[in-house]
Every structure is written in structure tokens, then in C-alpha cells.
Design a protein around this ligand. Sequence first.
Ligand code: NAD
Length: 247
Amino acid sequence: MFDLSSKCAVVTGAARGLGQAIAVKLAEAGADVALCDLQSDWLDETAGKVRDMGRRAEVYSVNVADADSVTAGVKAIEADFGKIDVLVNNAGITKDGLLMRMSEADWDAVLDVNLKGVFLCTKAVMRGMMKQRSGAIVNIASVIGLMGNAGQANYAASKGGVISFSKTVAKELASRNVRCNAVAPGFIRTAMTNALEEDVQAKMKELIPLSRFGEPEDVANVVLFLASDTSGYVTGQVLSTCGGMVM
Ligand SMILES: NC(=O)c1ccc[n+]([C@@H]2O[C@H](COP(=O)([O-])OP(=O)(O)OC[C@H]3O[C@@H](n4cnc5c(N)ncnc54)[C@H](O)[C@@H]3O)[C@@H](O)[C@H]2O)c1
């Protein structure tokens, strides 16, 4: 049903967590995968999993917040794979704190990676996708970008920005058959969320109608749908993957 064979997918922040699960899921559906993270040697585990499935994996050191790094990375990927069919903008960070105490540096760091990074990577791949008149861009936002969260003003603003950016890209590129959608995960078990205090985790669980935290694969399944032609008539949408936390 979800056939990505002969497609090249780029996944940012693919060394661990959601990025790794997404890369493996896309490979399972037949895609060759270009894996990007801050350091290429962090990507060996993900690359091994992709290759175990008989798919091609190449690793790239790319800082999504740095224009030169993104340009060089995308150029190398296009040279290695010949084209890019799918971009998953997944790289993201948090630097939490109440607004009263939030430093400008923490604001800038989160906006640079989570929002500017999505802008830079999308810009770098869009020319090729427009030329080939096909492409799917999937941006990993967050339910926090929809509902806000005390202590995460920078993160919420970045993810809200990703959502409105995705809708705009969808409108600008639709005539070239390039789709752009956002996924808004809720509370998913990864290193990012395991770092939260236990009492915060317990409080979050109470807000989830399906009364369990999500697994990375829950998000990867939704990304697979949006990356594949099965969702060919879906663009500019935000698909929350949060156990019903946001309706
Ligand atoms: N885990 C959750 O519950 C959850 C919920 C909602 C949204 N998200 C979003 O999902 C995405 C992945 O989250 P995760 O939980 O897997 O996080 P994670 O911290 O486990 O992984 C993030 C990856 O991004 C990479 N990265 C960070 N900065 C980068 C940069 N400048 N350039 C390239 N790579 C960079 C990291 O090295 C890491 O491998 C993020 O965008 C996050 O905001 C996660």
C-alpha cells in the first residue's frame, strides 16, 4: 500500500529518536535514505538498520540551522542519489524555561534549529522537486505548536511557525505537484521526553485519551502515509499523532 521503491528520502535529525524510526520505516517501504545529523558518525546505527533491509543509506553531517551546511549537504545528496523525492524535516531541540527567565540565546537556539532549519532544508530541496514535478515534504511539528505549553515559549513558537510555514509551502508548490504537510506528535517516548521529570510525565499521561505515551513508530507510520503517494490528495494539513490529546 505504501510503496516508496525507487524513491530517495532525506531525513534530518536521523541519528536517534523519531528521526531514526522514520528513516527505518521509509526504508521498510522501499526508499533509499539520506540520513542527516550534526555528525555523520552518529548515524551509523540508523544506517545499519536501513542497510539491513536491503536499502541504500548514506550519512551526511548537516547542521540544519546553518545555510552553508544545508546547501552543501543537499548538493552532496543530489549528486549521490540523483534526486530527492521526500524530505522529512525532523531535527529539533528544546531549551525549556518560563518566559520570565528565558534568555535570548535559548530563544534563538530553538528558533534557529526548529524553524529556520525547516526553512533552509525546504528551500534547498524545493528547486529539484519543482523541476521533477513531484515531491513530498513532511515537517515534524508538535501538539505544543497548536496548544502552547508553559515553559516552552520558544519551542511552541517554533512549532507553531512550522505549521503555518507548511501550509504556505503547500500553497506555493501545489501547482508543481509538490505536497507539504505537518505531523504534530504528542508525548512520544524518546530521549527528548525521557528527560522530563516523572511528575511532569504523569501529568501529561492524564491528558491523553488513549492513556498511553506514543512510540516513535506511531509517528513514523503517519510520516510514511504523508510521504507516500497514498496521500496524493493531501497537502497543507496538520496530522496530530497524540493519542487524542488535541482534537
Ligand atoms: N519526542 C516527542 O515526544 C516529540 C513530540 C513532539 C514533537 N517532537 C519533535 O520530533 C522531532 C524529533 O524529536 P526526538 O524526540 O526524536 O528528539 P531527539 O533529541 O531524540 O533527536 C533529535 C535529533 O536531531 C538532531 N539535531 C539537533 N539539532 C540539529 C541540527 N542543528 N542539525 C541537525 N540535526 C540536529 C539531534 O542530534 C538528534 O539526533 C523534533 O523536531 C521534536 O521537536 C518530538
